[in-house]
Unconditional design. Structure first.
Length: 145
């Protein structure tokens, strides 16, 4: 119909598995160190090994906690570390009086998309050409109230 748009995302199986490395941006990580933002690290008790990390950005104008990075080291994936980091992120957001938690994810990162959905976040939009490499971002959000 004229004036209406529809976007459909479909999961496609590729003929072989593709491993992709997470391209952590030094600029993005440095921005997360700002006192109003959050940088969560999951480490061993003796702090000799880092299991993963999550970066959070505080947007007080729109009352949004943006989850920008969720990175878990390969051997520790599917062990509950990301779930624990997300739980702490929700607490952090509430302590900063934010009412919405939003995660940004690359469309090619199906495990992250599935994690967001399983964690109670709902699809809330997308932005093409969002990332520096012009990849599409999909957003998943959850109300904190």
């Amino acid at each position: 119909e004229a004036g209406r748009h529809q976007v459909i995302f479909t999961r496609e199986r590729l003929p072989r598995a593709i491993d992709s490395e997470y391209a952590a941006s030094e600029k993005r990580l440095h921005a997360a160190l700002h006192p109003t933002h959050g940088f969560l690290v999951a480490a061993s008790r003796d702090h000799t090994e880092i299991y993963g990390y999550m970066t959070l950005h505080n947007d007080p104008i729109y009352s949004i906690a943006w989850v920008r990075d969720i990175v878990i080291s390969q051997p520790y994936r599917r062990s509950g570390i990301a779930t624990r980091l997300l739980h702490i992120a929700r607490q952090w957001a509430r302590e900063h009086h934010l009412s919405l938690l939003t995660a940004e994810v690359h469309t090619q990162n199906y495990p992250a998309i599935a994690f967001c959905q399983q964690s109670g976040l709902s699809f809330s939009g997308f932005n093409d050409h969002y990332f520096p490499n012009q990849d599409i971002a999909v957003f998943f959000s959850q109300s904190l109230r």
